[in-house]
Design a protein around this ligand. Structure first.
Ligand code: ZID
Length: 229
């Protein structure tokens, strides 16, 4: 069977959860990466059976998540983590959540994976038009929503089996003007799409790994509700 790592699952409402279910239904083993600040509530809800109804697969069985990894995809390695984040209670309560450490932990736990899913984005100023977006907000959007994929691929590629596949989720606001998708999120998706082409070339040659992105339709996820879509 195939093993999948899905980054960006923190509840049962988003694309990451739905993709995890589709992969589980197809027989894959499921590992997820959950944003550190959301980890506690996600694990508690899982344990208490809050997601049992939405864990149901077409054959009637429940999706099993083999392991939940805390992850913050804006940090590549421990050296990158600023003191205020290190001291933050929610972060201090978990460990090994930078991208490099998560890939190492997955390697130690399972050796290899076959499928890498990037289902995460964050734009702190998404409600601001691009014209009103600060440099800090713009760079944060690109860091969390675009570079996070490069970083994940960089660190997971060495443990991906040849013939494996990676996928991310994008939005058509990268190509067309869609008011409301601000804060540099339109720019971040444009970067993600361009990177998909370049990384498909590079990862295809380096590790026989496919790189694709899907331009998603509207889904009432936590992230989408935050924007008001
Ligand atoms: P989600 O909230 O389920 O997933 C986002 C996840 O990212 C959450 O679990 C966060 O905790 C996590 N996260 C945030 N920052 C970090 C971080 N630094 N490290 C690790 N994890 C982090 O929302 P979702 O399912 O909407 O988002 C998944 C992907 O789908 C994202 O790339 C979205 O940009 C993309 N997407 C979603 C939609 C949508 O409608 N939900 C659309 C297009 C793309 C879209 O916005 N019409 C209007 C809007 C849209 C489509 C059509």
């Amino acid at each position: 069977g195939k093993r999948a790592f899905i980054a960006g699952v923190a509840d049962d409402n988003g694309y990451g959860w739905a993709i995890a279910k589709a992969l589980a239904a197809a027989g894959a083993e499921i590992l997820v990466g959950t944003w550190v600040p959301a980890l506690n509530i996600f694990e508690t809800s899982l344990r208490r059976g809050k997601f049992d109804e939405s864990r149901k697969l077409p054959d009637g069985s429940l999706m099993e998540i083999t392991k939940v990894y805390p992850l913050d995809a804006v940090f590549d390695s421990p050296e990158d983590v600023p003191d205020d984040v290190k001291a933050n209670k929610r972060y201090a309560g978990s460990s090994n959540w930078t991208v490099k450490e998560v890939a190492e932990t997955v390697k130690n736990d399972f050796g290899t994976i076959d499928i890498l899913v990037h289902s995460l984005a964050n734009g702190p100023e998404v409600k601001n038009s691009l014209l009103e977006t600060s440099r800090k907000g713009y760079l944060a959007a690109v860091s969390a929503s675009s570079y996070s994929f490069i970083s994940l691929l960089q660190h997971f590629l060495p443990i991906m089996n040849p013939g494996g596949a990676t996928i991310s989720l994008t939005y058509i606001a990268s190509e067309r003007t869609i008011p409301g998708y601000g804060g540099g999120m339109s720019s971040a998706k444009a970067a993600l799409e361009s990177d998909t082409r370049v990384l498909a070339y590079e990862a295809g040659r380096k590790g026989k790994i496919r790189v694709n992105t899907i331009s998603a339709g509207p889904l009432g996820s936590r992230a989408a509700k935050a924007i008001g879509f």
